[in-house]
Design a protein. Structure first.
Length: 212
């Protein structure tokens, strides 16, 4: 995995393989959803490598022992609607005790800036390790605004998980939230005049839900 101080870009053959299939314009919504869930689960393994654990006593068929476990109540997953919903199950497959909140932002077609329309978070969100997820980190506006909303509610431990990132989005988060680590399956070339990632994979929400 390639990394700098705040950006981790996956370099695993399985992730590259699955992402290649997702990029293909001929891949349908059913396969797209399934692949997004799988890649998210693979990325989550790396993202949670530093989550703290507590000692618990268990009894194996042979003997009692002290082992480690993630403490219940420590994790929260916050997808940015709507495309972020496609990443939730992949995370919950690994961390079923995590609570799930939702932040609704849409991109104004004229200004390309995010507009908030919904926010529902766990009551104890400020005490949790928070994973904000959205398949695409394009301009970075939605991700930055979502993280700002979480910080305003007391969150101090936040990571951002995406599928494909553009350099412009990475720099936006680097500038606005230098304390938030970014985990991406790929770092693409640039944004085009419509603020879509090139080469990207199109509109993740439309491909996920078949609304193209």
């Amino acid at each position: 995995m390639e990394k700098d101080s705040m950006l981790f870009v996956a370099d695993h053959p399985l992730i590259k393989h699955k992402l290649t299939i997702m990029r293909d314009k001929n891949t349908g919504s059913k396969d797209f959803r399934h692949l997004l869930e799988e890649i998210t689960m693979l990325m989550c393994y790396e993202l949670t490598s530093d989550v703290p654990t507590i000692d618990v006593e268990v009894e194996t068929p042979i003997a009692k022992m002290t082992s480690q476990q993630i403490e219940e109540g420590h994790m929260a997953v916050i997808p940015i609607l709507r495309a972020g919903l496609g990443m939730v199950e992949g995370i919950l497959n690994l961390m079923p005790v995590a609570k799930v909140g939702h932040i609704g932002l849409y991109r104004d077609p004229a200004t390309h800036k995010p507009v908030e329309y919904y926010c529902k978070l766990p009551e104890d969100i400020e005490t949790r390790y928070v994973i904000v997820c959205d398949p695409m980190l394009a301009t970075g506006g939605s991700a930055s605004d979502a993280i700002t909303m979480l910080k305003a509610r007391g969150c101090k431990r936040i990571k951002f998980l995406c599928l494909v990132a553009a350099p412009e989005g990475v720099e936006k988060l680097r500038h606005d939230h230098p304390d938030v680590k970014i985990y991406a399956a790929a770092l693409d070339e640039r944004l085009n005049e419509n603020a879509y990632i090139v080469p990207g994979l199109g509109d993740a929400g439309d491909r996920l839900f078949g609304t193209m």
